[in-house]
Design a binder for this molecule. Sequence first.
Ligand code: DON
Length: 312
Amino acid sequence: MDLSDLLTDIVATMASAEDRGQVASYIPELAKVDAAQFGIAIATADGRVRTGGDADSGFSIQSISKVFALTLALGKVGDQLWDRVGREPSGNAFNSIVQLEQEQGIPRNPFINAGAIVVSDVNLGGHQPRVAIGEMLRFVRYLTGEDDIIINEDVATSETATGFRNMALANYMRAFGNVRHPVDLVLGSYFHQCAIEMSCRQLALAGRYLMLDGRHPDGGRVVSPSRARRINALMLTCGHYDASGDFAFRVGIPGKSGVGGGILAIVPGRASIAVWSPGLNASGNSQLGTQALEMLARRTGWSVFSPPEEGD
Ligand code: DON
């Protein structure tokens, strides 16, 4: 099977799709994005990158940033993070508050908003938000080798003006002592991390350490093999919120979505894949992005649930 031909097929199929989902509107700046776009990029373990469609257009990575933020937080506090954030799927929407009261302000996992806000609190570490944001930008630039990755300030400002649910989540967790810095600083950092803009090509490059058992493709280690496997496990079980089971069933590989319409998906040992189409399904995950990954997994046979092929 030729991957470039497959990408051409996927792009053509997605171009003719009638139901492209709805662009996120609760962050006003994201509502302006044209839903007709679709991009895909695959970085494979042999060092090649193949792209299709709008793979070089920048988009707001939003919740996909939670993967990189988690990686940084684990580097800072190690397994102590799990005293403050769980590792179970929530079965609830990404911005839900309902479990926090029953579970004493400990979010179910680091990929729902509440969990990511605690991770941002950890990453602040007593500094001003600009220090934590600078560290996050340096990290994604190091992962990709691309220095032109930026934060879209308009998106960050737009979410700061309208992020009332996140303010509620952060204040609620502060009441339980699980957010330790002032809420405006924690959210300033969180909103800016979500507003990082990357293309599919850049995002596929950024995910390579999770395909390579924690190694940076240019040498050295980003994380240990066990940490890379655990981040992949969390992506599989929690990366699509209350649709995580459905994503595992349909696609069968770890994935993390964002309301900007991107998804980062990892085939351990084989590929780091980024897809982007701004229209979302009812669970807030990219409608065509999910379909494209389903088609890719079916045609390649890639799955974390299948035995290794001959020669692997
Ligand atoms: O906090 C929010 O609501 C957004 N900055 C990110 C949410 C998100 O991407 C959820 N993903 N599907």
